[in-house]
Design a protein around this ligand. Structure first.
Ligand code: F0G
Length: 384
């Protein structure tokens, strides 16, 4: 690049230096938010795409990293806590990061239909990206255990939804078998392109902080996301874009904690339906992430999850879904172990609007019903 600059500006050393600096800046600076074309575009050299790959994107990724003082203050010790708000992706969850990759690669391979099992978010994302890519989407979900917003999304994006009398683990067994027997691409996180896309969240965190955090706190269900983050952190560390690797701190709901208990759970239960999973397919990868990062897996109760969910809403203006709040609940539970002056990122995987039933039932706000439409009645209720 410097050689090119030299040839262009042979006669003007001043211009030459400015030009070279500009080029260097362009190549070293993080992707520009005003020019955001989705994560494949932003991180192409790090992803398994070629010139032939048709990029199916809804401009996912580039989500904000927000400092949450109400959480830092509860921990003290000079600790700074941030949340990676991935609920701001196009379909409201981190799944879009993986889905842009999985659907683009499926399209490249000439695939016409995709299938997934889901607790809701994968199905919403698969449906949206399949519709953008002109493919059919089939989604298999556990009947009665998918939040309303997620179900609404899959239907609106045009997927064919099959609700089964069984849990997520059963649904996943079924779609794995179907995708082996029929010409239909599986887009659950066993599809390696999913994790490739999802690793870009770790890249963004490093670019925002200028380094990797000391801890990464993340909810775990099928354990694909923690594995993807670990891959992303390692790749940027090896490329000297960060000075350290984080400890990977994974959290599960206590009624649904196979990775904490070290055994499959046949009837997982939790208010956080997104992570109601008893037999995670990415278990091996997640265990490697824990071992090699000197991380830790723990569980949090539904009460602790809802407590964190309420703090984020009331004190930070951040509405996440219950499964996402497990990362913050876990951090609060582990606060004694947090090193002084450390930097911590909690991943908020999904948007709170996904699960309005949970929100309406779990808040401490005052909701006055059937108020007379008169100024006097209203001011009376307001206490004026
Ligand atoms: N948070 C949310 C909001 C999720 O939807 C999921 C998984 C997770 C965390 C856990 O991520 O499985 O990579 O460990 N949802 C999947 C689904 C299972 O079908 O939408 P993971």
């Amino acid at each position: 690049m410097e050689g090119l600059a030299l040839r262009l500006f042979k006669k003007s050393p001043v211009k030459e230096v400015a030009f070279t600096q500009k080029i260097k800046q362009l190549f070293n600076s993080p992707p520009n938010k005003n020019n955001w074309d989705g994560l494949i575009h932003a991180y192409k050299p790090w992803l398994p795409v070629t010139k032939k790959t048709p990029i199916i994107t809804l401009k996912e990724g580039g989500t904000p990293l927000i400092e949450v003082k109400s959480i830092s203050d509860r921990i003290g010790k000079g600790v700074r806590v941030y949340v990676k708000y991935d609920g701001l992706n196009p379909t409201g969850s981190f799944k879009d990061r993986g889905m842009t990759m999985a659907i683009s690669k499926a399209k490249e391979d000439g695939c016409e239909a995709v299938i997934c099992a889901s607790t809701g978010n994968t199905s919403a994302s698969a449906a949206a990206y399949a519709s953008k890519g002109g493919m059919r989407a089939f989604v298999i979900i556990p009947d009665g255990y998918v939040a309303q917003g997620k179900l609404a999304q899959a239907l609106v994006y045009g997927a064919e939804v099959l609700a089964i009398k069984g849990n997520f683990d059963k649904a996943l067994d079924i779609v794995r078998e179907l995708s082996n027997k029929y010409p239909i691409t599986l887009v659950n996180s066993v599809n390696p392109y999913r994790l490739q896309g999802q690793k870009t969240a770790a890249f963004e965190i490093i670019e925002n902080l200028g380094n990797a955090p000391d801890w990464l706190c993340i909810p775990m269900g099928n354990a694909g996301n923690i594995s993807a983050y670990w891959m992303g952190f390692q790749e940027f560390f090896k490329a000297k874009k960060s000075k350290q690797l984080p400890r990977m701190m994974g959290f599960q709901a206590s009624g649904s904690a196979p990775l904490v208990e070290g055994k499959s759970i046949s009837n997982p239960e939790t208010i956080a339906t997104a992570i109601r999973i008893g037999n995670p397919v990415n278990k091996e990868k997640a265990l490697i992430a824990r071992e090699s990062s000197k991380g830790n897996f723990s569980s949090v109760t539904d009460t602790e999850i809802i407590n964190a969910y309420k703090i984020l809403g009331r004190e930070e203006g951040i509405f996440c879904e219950p499964a996402s709040a497990a990362s913050v609940a876990g951090l609060l539970k582990k606060k004694e172990d947090v090193p002084k002056n450390s930097t911590i990122v909690c991943v908020l995987t999904g948007n709170g609007l996904k699960d309005p039933d949970c929100a309406i039932e779990n808040n401490d706000s005052v909701f006055h019903k059937s108020v007379d439409p008169e100024i006097s009645s209203i001011t009376k209720v307001m206490g004026f």
